[in-house]
Design a protein around this ligand. Structure first.
Ligand SMILES: [Zn+2]
Length: 86
């Protein structure tokens, strides 16, 4: 019974917003307490599990796209925009 109450309380912790979620994931290797606090929530929160799955897919696609060479027409456009901003 006591274990069940504990799990319920941890699940009731509010889900972090998107910016906070990415911050937690980025800082996980440097801030053990932050990671452990979120981990308790994450293990019982299907919503956050799905959000992190989505982030993993997003950053996987981004990493693949960043490996591709930049087309010449995109470089020309970037150069024009750079001049316009200066
Ligand atoms: Zn959550």
């Amino acid at each position: 019974m006591r274990k069940k109450l504990s799990v319920t309380r941890e699940r009731e912790q509010a889900c972090p917003d998107t910016v906070s979620l990415e911050y937690i994931l980025l800082m996980a290797s440097q801030d053990r307490r932050l990671l452990q606090s979120f981990e308790r929530h994450f293990l019982t929160c299907f919503t956050c599990q799905k959000r992190i799955d989505g982030l993993v897919v997003f950053y996987g696609i981004l990493a693949q796209e960043l490996q591709k060479p930049v087309p010449a027409r995109v470089k020309r456009l970037a150069a024009k925009l750079s001049v316009a901003v200066e």
